[in-house]
Design a protein around this ligand. Structure first.
Ligand code: GLU
Ligand code: MG
Length: 475
């Protein structure tokens, strides 16, 4: 069932954006795309709410877009989740200002969209009018952390699991699940045969390598995992996966909700983020005599993530629905602790096994969802992990139970606290953590805080049902 519209899939770790645009490469890519019948290229980038924004240019204009960029307002830095504009951070006080959107992953990052004949897709980034780094560009925040890891002789691999719910494409409230059936049941997928077949084919043709797909726990909830890659590629692929899922869902009369909690009757949608760290290609989370077989550096990476977990979660699961998702007993990171293969833990250590090999060991961050900008999310994870390797905070023993079933005294005795449960507590966790704030930097940090406050003000005083409905299809 190959569509015949496949070009070389997205390259990994493309750095052409730092070396200047490859104009000849984009010209060749535009010709190849046109030969496949592509007429337009959509360049998409995620804002500070995890909401995708975009521009589409005729395919012939791709080289020009890559070389000179497409003019967009500076105010995208301060769009809130519902498209409100929050004036105020430095340089964003007024409607005046223009920056340029460019394709961010080189010519090979522009892929024909298998499910949407006529269109191609590229992840984007925003640069200044002169083509220089723009201080509000989130991709640059991640590039800084990837570079810092490289300077420490380390490399990071990252992979996302994407959970989503499929609803009937109407305005029914609460939303009507596309199918019913037992959790993880193949029957659920039979009811979605057309969608699932198309989705797997489209993801393959779009160059998104899928580990597996399954019916998840919640009503009409599905999950797919994307193979691990370098952090920039992992974030780029996460965006392309979103587009691909949305298109396949709409083509079959469904709407996909990526919201961290689509409605009070839904399961939460975690976008769990798996990372591992290596030196000279050797995974530091295995082969040692530390906890769960990690090396001393691997344990320090995990300890760094645990030390900063409240502030990390304020960036990796930052939305109003994100805090509502964190219900104890739902495998949704209600408490800030780590455990070995413990699915209730905010940080689940997945150790190497004889079957899977040393390279497989990773840390799963459960406090991660679609409300995060994936570049910022990966940046703060790497920043916290690197700081752990530098500072070596103590790693407590793993917890192999659900602390939600303990008394408050038992939790206090083990030093286990709940992750922030309100937008105000999330904001305070970030404010109180200079390390994670420094990863974001002054400008992105200011814009990020501004849009979080705007979302919180919207939710304040509204019913949970109304809030969840307002955020359901934004991601
Ligand atoms: N749906 C759960 C969440 O909100 C996760 C279930 C799982 O462990 O896969 O994160
Ligand atoms: Mg899952």
């Amino acid at each position: 069932m190959r569509s015949g519209r496949t070009l070389t899939a997205m390259s990994t770790g493309d750095t052409s954006d730092t070396a200047g645009p490859d104009t000849a490469g984009f010209e060749a890519r535009a010709r190849a795309l046109a030969d496949l019948g592509v007429v337009g290229v959509t360049i998409g980038w995620p804002d500070n709410n995890g909401v995708l924004r975009s521009r589409t240019v005729p395919v012939e204009a791709l080289p020009d877009a890559a070389t000179r960029g497409i003019g967009v307002t500076t105010l995208f830095a301060v769009f809130d989740t519902r498209d409100g504009i929050v004036f105020g951070p430095p340089g964003l006080e007024t409607p005046a200002g223009d920056v340029r959107l460019v394709p961010a992953a080189g010519p090979e990052g522009v892929v024909p969209l298998a499910g949407r004949p006529g269109l191609a897709w590229s992840p984007g980034r925003v640069v200044t009018a002169d083509g220089g780094p723009w201080p509000y560009d989130q991709r640059g925040v991640l590039e800084r952390q990837v570079a810092a890891a490289g300077e420490a002789g380390l490399s990071v691999l990252a992979g996302y699991e994407i959970e989503f719910a499929l609803y009937r494409d109407d305005d029914h409230e609460p939303p009507v699940p596309a199918v019913t059936g037992p959790a993880y049941g193949p029957d659920v997928l039979i009811g979605l045969d057309g969608f699932v077949t198309r989705l797997l084919a489209d993801l393959r043709d779009n160059g998104v390598p899928v580990g597996q797909l399954h019916a998840e726990y919640g009503p009409a909830q599905l999950e797919l995992s994307i193979a691990a890659a370098d952090p920039l590629t992992a974030a780029d692929r996460q965006l392309l996966a979103r587009q691909t899922i949305h298109a396949a869902a709409l083509a079959h009369g469904y709407r996909a909700s990526f919201a961290p909690l689509p409605s009070t009757g839904s399961a939460g949608n975690g976008w769990h983020l798996h990372t591992s760290v290596a030196r000279d290609g050797v995974n530091l989370l295995s082969g040692g005599d530390g906890p769960a077989g990690s090396t001393a550096d691997g344990a320090a990476w995990l300890a760094g993530l645990l030390r900063d977990i409240d502030a990390v979660a304020a960036v990796t699961a930052p939305g109003v629905p994100s805090v509502l998702r964190r219900r104890p007993g739902h495998f949704a990171a209600a408490y800030g602790f780590w455990g070995i293969e413990n699915r209730e833990a905010a940080l689940r250590m997945v150790p190497a096994t004889g079957l899977l090999g040393a390279g497989h060991a990773n840390v799963e961050l459960k406090a991660s969802d679609a409300a995060a900008n994936p570049y910022l999310a990966l940046a703060v994870v790497i920043g916290a992990g690197l700081a752990g390797i530098a500072d070596r905070p103590e790693l407590p023993d793993p917890i192999q139970e659900d602390p939600g079933t303990w008394t408050a005294e038992q939790r206090a005795a083990r030093g286990v606290t709940a992750l922030p449960t309100t937008p105000a507590a999330q904001a305070e966790a970030l404010r109180a953590n200079p390390r994670i704030s420094a990863v974001l930097g002054e400008h992105v940090g200011a814009a990020f805080r501004a849009v979080r406050a705007s979302d919180a003000a919207f939710a304040d005083g509204r019913s949970v049902e109304d809030v969840l409905a307002a955020f359901r299809y934004r991601y």
